[in-house]
Structures are given as C-alpha cells and as structure tokens.
Ligand binder design. Structure first.
Ligand code: NAD
Ligand code: TYD
Length: 344
C-alpha cells in the first residue's frame, strides 16, 4: 500500500492500544491523517489522546460501530483510505457477566465496519484480534496462524466470530482484509481492570492483590509500543487475506508477574492473596510469530524487565490519570473538551 498522505480511520482509538497506535502513527508518519471513531464506553478515555488532540492531522468522531447509519455518514464524510479496527469490549471477566454486549460490539460492530469499508472501497481493512481465539495450551507448544480456533470465553468467542466475518468479506467481496492476533499487552494508559495496572493501583493504595486460582496460568506479555509497530507493518506490508500472529516471546506465570510488581512497589507477599478462579480460565498462551518475523521483519524490541519497570513508574507518576478513571471524572472529558469546542 502506498504510504504517502494516507487517511486512516481508527475505530476504538480512545482505548489502551488504539490510543497508543494513534500517538505512534502521528509521530512516525508525518503525512498521514487519523480519524478516530469511538463510542467512549467505560474503556474509552480522551485523556489518552490529550497530546494529539490539537494536531490538525487528527479528528475525533464519537460513534458506536454498531450504528450503521452513523458509521456510513462518517465514511462518506471522511473517505478514509484504510481502516484499523481496535473497537471492542475487551475484558474477559465482564464477558462472563454480560456476553450479549460482547456479541453486539465485537461481532455486529465489526460487520458494520466491514460493510462500510467495502462500500467506500478502502485499500486495506485491518482487524485487531487476539491470541485468545486459539483457546488454551498445555505446558508445551505455541499457537501458529494455522492452529484451530477454540475460544473458551464469551470474549474470545466474539473475537473469533469477528475474525471469521473478516475472512468471509475477503473471500466473498474481495475486501483487502488483514488480521493480527496479538498476545497480552502492557504499558501506559491501560484501563486499571487488567492485571498489571489493577495490581499497581491496588498496591499503591496498600491493598492486597487477588490472584485467580493457583496463579500458574501463563501469558505471553508484549509492550504496547511493540504491538503498535507490528500493526503499522501489517497495515503497510501485510498480504491481504492473511493472519499475522504478534507475540512478545515472553511467557510469565501470573505469580511471576505479581512478584515482579510486589518487588517494584516495595511490598512483600503478604500483599498477595489467592481468590477463586475465573470460570473457563485459559491455562497458557504462547505465540509462534515466525510469519511476521520472516515476512515483515518485525520483532518485539522492548525487554520485559525494562518495559515493566517503566510501566510501573508511569502509573506511579500519572496517578491523576487513574484517579480520574476510578472517580468516573474521565467520562466527562468529552463534554468538557469536544462539546465546549463545538459550541465555541
Ligand atoms: P480497551 O478496552 O482499552 O479499548 C476499547 C476501545 O473500544 C475503547 O476506547 C472503547 O470506547 C471502544 N469501543 C468499545 N465499544 C465500542 C463501540 N460499540 N463503538 C465504538 N467504540 C467502541 O481495549 P484494548 O486493550 O485497547 O484492545 C484493543 C483491541 O485489541 C481489542 O480489539 C482487543 O480485542 C485487542 N487485543 C487486546 C489485547 C490486550 O492485551 N489488551 C491483546 C490482544 C488483542
Ligand atoms: P487480564 O489482564 O484480565 O487479561 P486476559 O484475561 O485477557 O489474559 O488477566 C491476565 C491474567 O491475570 C489472567 O490469567 C487472569 C489473571 N488475573 C488475576 O489473577 N487476577 C486479577 O484480578 C485479574 C484482573 C487477572
């Protein structure tokens, strides 16, 4: 895909990874424009994009990806060259409590975006997926792009369905679809319900952290900057119709993660408690990322020890960011910044 003067529509750009990707693109691609379309659910936070909000190459539309009329209107106004879809309900625990919401956003919302992309004739549509579509591994082996899809949570099942729809739009309509399946991300601006920011904020408040089950579940952790670089590479150089796994090459048990966080925060194991397991809790994820390494020459760059230490420092020195999330104040940023600007 030609990279000059590209207009990119990013769905879900006010969340953790989408906002990192937008900041990254506006820095690394001076000729690109970014149109962010986000519903601003509880996980969307415009404070994540404060540093780019005045950039003339950036625009924001508040819209639900399930609202076909609103999405069609945005596509016809903005005429994007390419689409990256990060928008999703993303927390496994919430999907256990309310699967319907996950099916609506993650499946129907994806279909609405695919339709809009098809009608407007974009040159690329990149669906951001997850390694959770492959299910759970035993102690050995890794997920390749050809591993069977065996999702175990309503979240993972909804993401798998979205991947299958994206594939169908490639096969049936020739829409130039690409899919990335990444492992667990960490870094700044992650909503503090996910394990790393949740535990840092609890420990900062002197509370004990709840480890599910025996704590021996394994995740492959990747810094969000490495994920953004991988998404950029797949968008520009990936083969349409293809899936690309993205991993950190960094498997850790939850107990290991917890102990690293305890040590970074100067706490001992009396601040760790074991609590009942998450239902359907996947035991292990591990990624074979040979395809993206060999075809696109992309590999993670951030060493985990350094990345985790920087991340802990970020949460400690950006306490107002997560305090505003805890208090709910962040949900008024849209009214305070955009509605006021529109009225002026
Ligand atoms: P997040 O929960 O932080 O952000 C999701 C964003 O989507 C929010 O800004 C939210 O407002 C927006 N959104 C939700 N429903 C919407 C709707 N109906 N219409 C428009 N916008 C809507 O999520 P994240 O961690 O940044 O994840 C982004 C994507 O990456 C997701 O698709 C997720 O499945 C995938 N992913 C995440 C991880 C991870 O470790 N966090 C790993 C692999 C893949
Ligand atoms: P999470 O951050 O929810 O990501 P995912 O479920 O997408 O992997 O959880 C990461 C791991 O941490 C997962 O094995 C569940 C575990 N976990 C806990 O042990 N305690 C917690 O409070 C949370 C939120 C997660």
């Amino acid at each position: 895909m030609g990279a000059d003067g590209l207009k990119l529509l990013v769905a879900g750009g006010a969340g953790f990874i989408g906002s990192n990707f937008i900041r990254h693109i506006l820095k690394s691609r001076p000729a690109w424009q970014v149109v962010n379309v986000d519903k601003l659910t509880y996980a969307g936070n415009l404070a994540n994009l404060k540093e780019v909000s005045e950039d003339p190459r950036y625009r924001f539309h508040r819209a639900d990806i399930c609202d076909a009329e609103a999405i069609a209107g945005i596509f016809s106004k903005e005429k994007p060259d390419a689409v990256v879809n990060f928008a999703a309900e993303t927390h496994v625990d919430r999907s256990i409590d309310d699967p319907g919401l996950f099916l609506r956003t993650n499946i129907l919302g994806t279909q609405v975006l695919l339709d809009a992309a098809r009608r407007s004739g974009v040159s690329r549509y990149l669906q951001i997926s997850t390694d959770e579509v492959y299910g759970s591994l035993g102690p050995a082996g890794k997920f390749s792009e050809d591993s069977p899809l065996k999702p175990n949570s309503p979240y993972a099942a909804s993401k798998t369905s979205a991947d299958l729809l994206a594939r169908a739009y490639f096969k049936t309509y020739g829409l130039p679809v690409l899919i990335t399946r990444c492992s667990n991300n960490y870094g700044p601006y992650q909503f503090p319900e996910k394990i790393i920011p949740f535990f840092v904020t609890l420990l900062r408040e002197g509370k004990a952290v709840p480890v599910y089950g025996d704590g021996k579940n394994v995740r492959d952790w990747i810094h969000v900057d490495d994920h953004s670089r991988a998404v950029e590479a797949v968008l520009l150089r990936g083969r349409p119709g293809e899936v690309y796994n993205v991993g950190g090459g960094n498997e850790r048990t939850n107990i290991e993660i917890t102990k690293m966080l305890l040590s970074a925060m100067g706490k001992d194991t009396s601040h760790m408690k074991f609590v009942p397991d998450r239902p359907g809790h996947d035991r292990r994820y591990a990624i074979d990322d040979t395809r993206i390494r060999t075809e696109l020459c992309v590999a993670p760059q951030v060493p985990f020890e350094r990345g985790l230490a920087d991340t802990v420092r970020w949460y400690l020195s950006n306490e107002p960011w997560w305090r505003a999330v805890q208090s709910g104040e962040y949900q008024s940023f849209y009214d305070r910044w955009y509605v006021r600007k529109a009225r002026a």
